[in-house]
Design a protein around this ligand. Structure first.
Ligand code: ADP
Ligand code: MG
Ligand code: ZN
Length: 481
């Protein structure tokens, strides 16, 4: 083999279905449910009986507008519902009411990814393959639960702006966080209220043409999405390297085996025979509806992250960590307020991960025994050097266990910092120097890296209670530096 291998760039676009958290279904008055007994939330309309007429759910439209505004989309003043025709047992009408050429939300952007469109539609019923337990005439059996049929959905379609599996996963997390913050959906992948199809292609790096794409259906967790997309990128890259072509097809990813298997190829693609839904007038969004949706939008996670980074000096990563889990952001900002203007905002932010580590990674600190003001008090003790970093970690552990104030714990456990003239720290430093003359010699010769073992000695002797800066100062002083 000779010559440099061609580098390939992955290109990914996502299609996301979100179940809206309305009280009732998209076109009838049946209540939404999750986990109820099958087929108890049905009526002639969502069962598609002849002669019934759809009525648009105003709350679903309101949520659709909120999503559009949160994603920076243009909201169409007038959009249209269409019938998307196909036969399947989960679709009793023989068509799905969806939007086609004029969706409620046009182009927008979230983070670095452009939104192509957002439209409203109804969910299909749920097919359950009961297998062995439900065999009839020796064959596996499928049953239908119509509770889900007619649930309001928003379908969000991105432009192909993502370029790795991890980027796709992270962006989907930003989308989920945003939708959760505006309260329009439970956005739970396991329960199916957030479902994601990934379109994947690869192209030679630097090319501005799109390669042939495949579509990975229904990735039902963030991990599987990343795994499936990664596997597909590798498969396509290997094909192109071997001089072969990618077939445009729909694939199923099996996370257990890591294998991708074809569901259908483009030749079998549906012709949905779309036509305007004759039983619904066009959907008109008025200025008053826009106004109401705007008024209900909270600060969005991406905006909050930008604010924490800009106004408080947090790193981008830390700011997103807090903003993308609003309960962490809320706790942090409450602690910041309780601590007053002297409190170091960056230092405080650095104490949120250790707190989360101690209360359980999914727990809400508001439900823990540590109050925002107690955390602020701990950070203040560290900043004033009354407690060392190391000792403060032990104090935090005890705060989580007991709910006591940090000062109380420091006093009771004798965890106050050792420093100052009468503390005996100078003697411990002298002992460290005596115990390791080699290290002391190197430090004296200007090699400050050699200070490590000396500091370590003092930390061990003082059980982590000594202040790092003070130790270094005393070492230098005693070595005549
Ligand atoms: P289709 O007609 O096959 O549904 P669309 O043009 O509607 O395709 O695009 C569907 C999704 O696929 C969008 O999210 C879009 O960004 C993405 N997409 C389109 N072409 C490509 C491509 N070549 N590679 C990766 N993603 C793509
Ligand atoms: Mg499509
Ligand atoms: Zn119904």
């Amino acid at each position: 083999m000779s010559g440099a291998a061609v580098e390939y760039e992955p290109v990914i676009g996502l299609e996301i279905h979100v179940q809206l958290r309305t009280r009732t279904k998209m076109f009838c008055g049946c209540e939404l449910s999750f986990g109820d007994e099958p087929n108890v939330h049905t009526c002639p309309r969502c069962l598609g009986l002849p002669g019934t007429l759809p009525v648009v759910n105003a709350q679903a439209v309101h949520y659709g507008i909120m999503i559009g505004l949160a994603l920076g989309c243009e909201i169409a003043p007038r959009s249209q519902f269409h019938r998307k025709n196909y036969f399947y047992p989960d679709l009793p009408k023989g068509y799905q009411i969806s939007q086609y050429d004029v969706p409620i939300c046009g182009p927008g952007k979230l983070g670095e990814v452009r939104i192509h469109r957002v439209h409203l539609e109804e969910d299909a019923a749920k097919l359950v393959h009961v297998g062995e337990s439900g065999r009839i005439h020796g064959a596996d059996r499928s049953v239908v639960d119509f509770n889900r049929g007619g649930t309001p959905l928003a379908e969000i379609v991105t432009e192909p702006d993502l370029h790795s599996a991890d980027e796709a996963r992270e962006w989907l997390n930003l989308l989920r966080t945003t939708l959760r913050a505006i309260g329009v959906s439970d956005v739970n992948m396991e329960e199916g209220s957030l479902r994601c199809d990934a379109n994947v292609s690869v192209r030679p790096l630097g090319s501005d043409q799109l390669g042939t794409k495949t579509e990975l259906k229904n990735m039902n967790s963030f991990r599987f999405l990343a795994q499936g997309v990664k596997a597909e990128i590798e498969r396509q890259t290997a094909l192109l390297r071997a001089g072969e072509q990618v077939q445009q097809e729909t694939l199923h990813f099996d996370p257990a085996s890591g294998r991708l298997t074809p569901l259908r190829s483009k030749e079998q693609a549906h012709d949905y025979r779309y036509f305007p839904e004759p039983d619904l007038v066009p959907l008109v969004v008025t200025e008053a509806m826009l106004e109401r949706a705007r008024a209900e939008l909270p600060e969005l996670p991406a905006d909050r992250a930008a604010r924490l980074e800009r106004d408080l000096g947090l790193s981008g990563e830390r700011a997103r960590e807090l903003a993308f889990r609003p309960e962490l952001g809320d706790f942090y900002e409450a602690a910041l307020a309780a601590g007053g203007p002297q409190l170091d905002a960056v230092a405080l932010a650095n104490w949120i991960p250790p707190l989360v580590e101690r209360i359980g990674s999914d727990a809400d600190p508001a439900g823990s025994r540590v109050s925002p003001s107690a955390l602020a008090a701990l950070v203040a003790l560290v900043s004033s050097r009354a407690v060392s970093q190391t000792a403060a970690r032990d104090v935090l552990t005890l705060m989580v266990q007991s709910g006591d104030q940090p000062a109380t714990i420091v006093e009771r456990e004798g965890l106050g910092a050792i420093g100052g003239d009468d503390s005996g720290l100078a003697q411990v430093v002298a002992a460290a120097i005596a115990a390791d003359p080699d290290a002391a010699e190197k430090v004296r010769d200007g090699n400050m890296k050699a200070v490590g073992p000396l500091v370590g000695y003092v930390m061990r002797e003082t059980k982590g209670r000594a202040d790092g800066g003070e130790i270094t100062r005393l070492i230098r002083e005693q070595l005549g530096l």
